[in-house]
Design a protein around this ligand. Sequence first.
Ligand SMILES: [Zn+2]
Length: 644
Amino acid sequence: MSKNDFELKNYALLKSLGFKCGLEIHQQLNTKNKLFCHCPVGLTGAPHDAEILRHMRPTLSELGEYDGTALMEFKTKKNVIYRLYRERTCTYEMDDTPPFLVNQEAVDIAIKLALLFNCKIVDELHVIRKQYLDGSIPTGFQRTMIIGIDGWVPFKGKKIEISQVNLEEEACREVSDIGHCIVFATDRLSIPLVEIITGADMKDPGEAAEVCRLLGNAMKVTGLVRRGIGTVRQDVNVSITGGDRVEIKGVHKVGNIPDLTASEAYRQQGLLELKNIFREHFPKPGEIPYDEAVFTLNFSGTANQIGRRLESDHPLKVVGLKLPRMVDIISYMLQPGRDFGFELSGRVRVIACIDTRPNLFFYSQREKYDIPEELWNNVVDELKPERGDDIVLICGPSEDITTAINEIKIRISELASGVPNETRQDIKDGTTDFERILPGPDRMYPDTDHPPVRIAGERVDALRTAVGEPLWEKHRRWSELGLHEEQVKALSLSRFADLFDRLAKECSDKEYSGYLKKMAHICTGLFVGLRRRGYDLTKCDTLHLSKIIKGSFNGNWSYNKLKQILILAADGIIDTEASEMTLTDDEFNAAWKSSLTEFAGRNSNNSKDKFRRYFAGKLLARYTDVRDILTRIDARLASTSSLS
Ligand SMILES: [Zn+2]
């Protein structure tokens, strides 16, 4: 494998590296109210009614230690602005009043989902605080509670462990994060969600995506969870042999999981190789001879990438840092298109808040930037790099540059230990960027505001009977009926899966057995096609739809004819009880009226003859007695003087 060539689809190679992946799925619940107050659930499009500015500060944990993440967030010195909405937020969310008792509707849903995943349900709920200092929760912690443990789901002949199902409150919605100012909308804050944590049981990137989809869909089809953009988010944990658990936060699409996890596995492999190179270069990492110099005057008044930045309203500085014996390290490719220099850039972006990229300018990569050679010559004259040395230029506020240089040195020293413990973010191109230091285990502590809540055995038993058939059981059943994999997948997501089950049951006799695949196609492809054309069949009665579909088999209708009839059903033109397929006078009149309106809307030439053909076509798509229909149409047309 060449350095730039990452075989993202080579799952055999990834398995040989010891690829392991676990998932954390965060799914919002379909409740009326938030988890610890009575504010309604749902996002608002309205402008905010007020703003609050806060700063985050780390506090000592019970054990008398600072959490690494907390310290990192403190270093960023952010102004945190919360947007408040009269209808969606109260004093609880802003940490001005204690929580109300936990929303029992949310507890019931979480128990049902934990049971769906075969978990043991806890007999007492304990609210725990999980420290969150990125500002996304104004209290600085998230309230969370364990609902179920030790569960599993079947997947391709093995069991995927569901180690924990938690019920917790949502964080804020991030509106923007620029420099030292981050803005959050509070409407999403405290919406109840379940966190589903799996074991590290997925052994290749494809499996990781498939299991993620299975768990997500299994929850979706219960109707107990919220649907739509942003209502579900997944974090993916990846490690390889000799590497360490790295968490990729907020993966945007399940379809991105394979490439992201493969990239991460190769990144860890690269970091393990870099560890050896680094140790060879620096047997004593504490004694790296860094050197730095200020170049602000050289760049001010010049028209290039750095010079133009110096024209900003704030006083900025340009500093060069010599990186001895690091040319091969900086350019070492770790992910597709991303080298170790990018790792440094990520730390500086997040921690020093120098976030316009490129935020680091490497001498060894100078052909990438718009900086003239003579300016680089000044830098070289001053810092005097030797063969194998690199130089990085940083431009920003003086204090941020100090933070940046410190972070660059920290990240380089971490090379000695291989893969650092960190969370990374999906940057939507199949690669990841640094997000934050992975939180330590001591970020959880008991919540003293909320009493423990007993979960009675009878309550769990009652909820158990209310848990429907799990998705994987449906999959098994549908596969046994002879549906192929694609149809099973499509049915799992179809709102008409119940209709299919009804048809399959009613048509279980021999006479219909050849129609199962056709039924599945009607309930998926055909209905989706009609919905895209604006015909919504979800409001039609399932019994009625099943009669139409069975009628189509009995009458040996063409596919097109069935489609026409379903369109009439969606438009409400066919009486929902008209199962016998005979045309009553009322139906005739209703169809006449609606067809006339439609016809007038589509045709400027409203000749009787043209309408006769149009109307007959509509009726004949639905009723089979041609002679009867034409006789009635002609009689009506004869008694009508004008169509308008
Ligand atoms: Zn509230």
